[in-house]
Design a protein around this ligand. Structure first.
Ligand code: PBG
Length: 323
């Protein structure tokens, strides 16, 4: 076995998987205001940016070969409400960001999250009645949110809310509104994970959510057969692509979905996964660049076609350097 491992050139020839900038999607946090950039303390190297600063980042992505961005709004607290109506305000922050980018750089793909948590005072992804996140009423809200995003220039709507029947509801509403070309990326297997912590800090939903959790709709980390059922339902409801989230702790789920359905399958290397590597690297305990590359390559090896990662720019820049 070691003969093939002896030289760099022979290792490269027999490598079964590789990272490529075209497999990466950069998530961005969007702020109100102009000329504003705020570092996210729990995510070293990540900044929240106002809308006017987004095109420069998008241009850098295009230069490096990163095909798409995923936008997440930092909603000012005064725009949040019990039912999250701001989600379908055509002039909300994320819609303004979509339009701004689409007008200037139509060639970059734009992905928008469909879920109410940036807009609800309680921080849940759905509408709450008597302490319960209600399913079907939430579907109506999600469908309106998705149409609103599509109208603003969003190419891919990504329901991340884990309500039952959301893909069908969103697809139906998009088609009815004339957005039959808008893609649906389903967070088919989204787990009730503690690795979302830094993200919730970044968008300011952590304080809204408080001690509550999302276990009545996001999946139990103990389960993988259930992920197959979730994905089958989403495919039947016309999802174009599937996503597994988080990434590294759920490599088995990526593999089982890819093998079961042969669908375009994405993975979200989430905020906590990013933060762990950065924090250890800051202390000099790990080689941050090498660990980041290895983590993302492992996600590809597990069967992911594309990866959402906060490290997209640095990884793409390293890939270019290496040639
Ligand atoms: C919101 C949403 C979350 C993430 C993406 N969309 C957080 C959550 O479900 O609480 C997490 C992403 C990350 O941690 O990087 N529905």
């Amino acid at each position: 076995m070691r003969r093939l491992r002896r030289y760099g050139w022979s290792r490269r020839l027999v490598a079964e998987n590789r990272l490529h900038p075209a497999d990466l999607i950069l998530p961005l946090f969007v702020l109100e205001g102009r000329g504003r950039r705020e570092p996210v303390p729990s995510m070293p190297g990540v900044e929240r940016l106002s809308v006017d600063l987004l095109p420069a980042v998008a241009e850098r992505c295009l230069e490096l070969g990163i095909p798409a961005l995923a936008l997440f709004p930092v909603t000012p607290p005064e725009r949040k409400s019990e039912a999250g109506e701001e989600a379908w305000n055509p002039d909300n922050l994320v819609c303004r960001a979509m339009r701004h980018l689409k007008d200037r750089l139509p060639e970059i793909g734009l992905i928008g999250d469909v879920a109410l948590d940036p807009y609800t005072t309680h921080g849940q992804d759905g509408i709450v009645r008597d302490g319960v996140v209600v399913n079907d009423e939430t579907l109506t809200a999600l469908a309106r949110q998705a149409v609103c995003l599509a109208a603003a220039g969003c190419d891919v709507v990504a329901p991340s809310d884990m309500m039952d029947g959301r893909i069908g509801a969103v697809r139906g509403a998009l088609d009815e509104a004339g957005f039959d070309g808008t893609l649906v990326l389903s967070y088919a297997a989204k787990y009730a994970s503690a690795f979302y912590g830094p993200f919730r800090d970044a968008v300011g939903s952590a304080s809204a959510l408080g001690a509550a959790d999302k276990k009545t709709y996001q999946m139990d980390p103990a389960n993988s057969a259930e992920a197959v059922r979730e994905a089958a339902l989403d495919i039947a409801e016309a999802a174009d692509m599937l996503m597994v989230k988080p990434g590294l702790p759920y490599l088995d789920v990526i593999r089982i979905l890819k093998d079961s359905f042969r669908m375009p399958t994405f993975a979200y290397h989430v905020s906590g996964e990013y933060a762990m590597i950065k924090a250890a690297a800051e202390r000099g305990w790990l080689d941050g660049a090498a660990c980041m590359d290895e983590a993302l390559l492992s996600i590809k090896r597990a069967g992911a076609d594309a990866i959402l990662t906060y490290a997209a720019l640095e990884v793409a820049a390293r890939l270019r350097e290496r040639g």
